[in-house]
Ligand binder design. Sequence first.
Ligand SMILES: [Zn+2]
Length: 66
Amino acid sequence: MAVACPECDNPLTIDADEVEEGETMQCDECGADLEIVSIDPIEIAVVDEAGYDDEDAAHHDDEEDE
Ligand SMILES: [Zn+2]
């Protein structure tokens, strides 16, 4: 199955039988680090090198995790 790279729209051929959810790969075209976030259907997302902490910082609510 071909999935477009979210960075450069390069079609990436991914065989669902050969990859696992959470696995990371690299785009041949732009070199972006991509994580396979879903297998069925296949969905990929760019791995943010800065980490995911930035998103938490955007929250202003005083929510507790409880
Ligand atoms: Zn790419």
